[in-house]
Design a protein around this ligand. Structure first.
Ligand SMILES: [Zn+2]
Ligand SMILES: [Zn+2]
Length: 376
């Protein structure tokens, strides 16, 4: 106990034993040149894990949002001195976090005049610190966009950080004389430039069955569309050149995928007509009519994976993207489920970057790429 007292006083010289058994200490703890009243009471067996802490209102204020961390530190403490070291470090961190400097007065006056230039009515959100603002805009296609702007305390010495849901990151040109209204104008120009890109995707969303992504955002550049049951085409549109032939990846049984690939390869670039829509071009080149939501039912294309028994993969949200080549079987799987399943089996062979195994339902040979491709 005597040794412990020396150690306690080494960490907190102003914390003194309050009883003869040294189960209670009271006094002051000093952090960042500030002293706080503190009383620590240990249970009869001296176990620090169940110590009770009383303190002054200032210290209580600092700790109010960090009770869980404090409890954890108590439970992990080896003894009272080691807890006090941890406690001082925690308090130091909390105080540093709360001691952010206030922006200079001209920060607010400049910000208010800049918001007036944009128009308060266009602001959909502003936080109490006047640091985070959101502006809502409608584009010519009727889509709603939200531009989030975070202003550092040193604005306009430091640039604002802009965020928006776009296919490519929004990085406005900025100098210290750039106003928020300039940024909004740059954003309007950018969304105008993406109109054709979104129109292409809108047409696919309206006129075909889209398997992936399940609820596409304005940043999504691809759609996996149904060609027929068990066969789909993943189309990735270039946001800057949406009228050009997109990157196309057919998914389904090997034989059918080969037919689609051959048509894309032999007729793709030659027959692509930029005066027609992407959907019309794809239908012409592939000689298919993509099933339309007007004349077909979604249930016809919702497949369950043979491993996880769900349509949407629990992690990446994708619909099954692999089909067993045996025409009598045609069992759909998620590539990631199949990959996980095959890697767990000792009988699986690995070669040339592929995993080789058997279909769980018909024992037909199947193979998946060693690295699971991730989309977005
Ligand atoms: Zn699955
Ligand atoms: Zn099979």
């Amino acid at each position: 106990m005597a040794e412990s007292l020396k150690e306690v006083q080494h960490v907190c010289p102003l914390l003194l034993p309050a009883d003869t058994k040294r189960l209670s200490y009271s006094g002051f703890i000093r952090v960042k040149d500030k002293s706080f009243y503190l009383k620590i009471s240990l249970p009869d067996d001296g176990d620090v894990h169940y110590a009770k802490i009383d303190c002054d209102w200032q210290l209580r204020n600092y700790l109010s949002k960090h009770q869980a961390v404090l409890k954890k530190k108590l439970l992990l403490a080896r003894d009272l001195p080691s807890f006090l070291i941890d406690f001082k470090m925690l308090l130091n961190q909390i105080m540093s976090l709360q001691a952010q400097p206030l922006p200079p007065p001209n920060y607010y006056s400049r910000l208010i005049s800049e918001i007036e230039e944009i128009g308060w009515n266009r602001l959909s959100h502003i936080d109490t610190k006047f640091q985070d603002i959101q502006i809502t805009l409608n584009d010519t296609g009727g889509r709603v966009h939200v531009l989030s702007i975070h202003l550092p305390y040193k604005y306009p010495i430091e640039p604002p950080v802009c965020n928006a849901v776009l296919p490519l990151a929004f990085q406005p040109n900025w100098s210290s004389s750039t106003t928020l209204a300039d940024i909004v104008r740059q954003f309007e120009k950018v969304i105008l430039e993406y109109q054709r890109f979104w129109d292409v995707l809108d047409e696919l969303d309206k006129k075909t069955w889209v398997l992936d992504p399940s609820s596409p955002s304005l940043s999504s550049t691809y759609r996996r569309i149904v060609i027929r049951s068990h066969l789909s085409l993943q189309v990735t549109i270039d946001p800057l050149h949406p009228q050009l032939m997109p990157e196309c990846t057919p998914l389904g049984p090997t034989e059918e995928v080969k037919v689609i690939k051959d048509r894309l390869y032999s007729r793709g670039q030659q027959c692509w007509n930029t005066r027609c829509s992407v959907l019309e071009n794809l239908q012409n080149i592939l000689s298919v009519n993509f099933p339309s939501p007007i004349s077909t039912k979604e249930e016809d294309y919702i497949m369950e994976c043979g491993i996880c028994y769900t349509h949407r993969h629990y992690e990446n949200g994708r619909a099954p993207d692999f089909t067993c080549d045996n025409k009598q079987c045609s069992q759909p799987y998620h590539v990631s489920c199949l990959y996980e399943w095959l890697t767990s089996l000792t009988s699986t062979r690995k070669s040339f970057g592929f995993l080789f195994g058997e279909c769980l339902y018909c024992n037909e040979a199947i193979s998946v790429k060693l690295m699971v491709p991730s989309v977005e």
